[in-house]
Ligand binder design. Structure first.
Ligand SMILES: [Fe+2]
Ligand SMILES: [Fe+2]
Length: 148
């Protein structure tokens, strides 16, 4: 049984975003397995991949929100930034040898799931509208983002 399973509450109905969120859920499960296995080196590696992936997801999401003209983008960016700093702090403590892996795993799970369900759900509609075919032609932003 996976530590964290995908459920419809996490769905934004924006396929590219849902795929990225699913990848984040997979990483959280990988991190859980690495912790259970007691391999500290592996925990560090998975943690680094998870953080890197999440940060590029944030950048992608911010670009999408900006192009769609989402009004609460600056608040959303601030939340991403606060989370990034919090995780960087945990990561540093982990690298210094502190036993914080489980605490970090719980924080990641709670924070990311709540963020996807609340904050990401909030921009989903406006982004979906902006991604509709007619709108795409107007702004051409999908072209820039995905090269389509
Ligand atoms: Fe997200
Ligand atoms: Fe977000």
């Amino acid at each position: 049984m996976a530590y964290l399973t995908w459920n419809h509450e996490l769905d934004t109905k924006i396929p590219v975003i849902d795929n990225q969120h699913r990848r984040i859920v997979d990483y959280i499960n990988e991190l859980h397995e690495a912790i259970e296995g007691g391999d500290r080196k592996l925990v560090g590696e998975v943690l680094e991949q998870l953080v890197d992936y999440t940060l590029s997801h944030f950048t992608f999401e911010e670009e999408l929100m900006e192009q769609a003209g989402y009004v609460f983008i600056s608040a959303h960016k601030k939340v991403h930034g606060m989370f990034t700093r919090k995780v960087a702090d945990y990561q540093q403590r982990f690298e210094l040898g502190e036993d914080i892996a489980r605490q970090l795993l719980t924080t990641l799970r709670t924070w990311l799931i709540n963020h996807i369900r609340r904050d990401d759900a909030d921009y989903a509609e406006i982004v979906r509208i902006a991604m509709e075919p007619g709108e795409q032609r107007k702004s051409g932003f999908l072209k820039r983002l995905f090269g389509v």
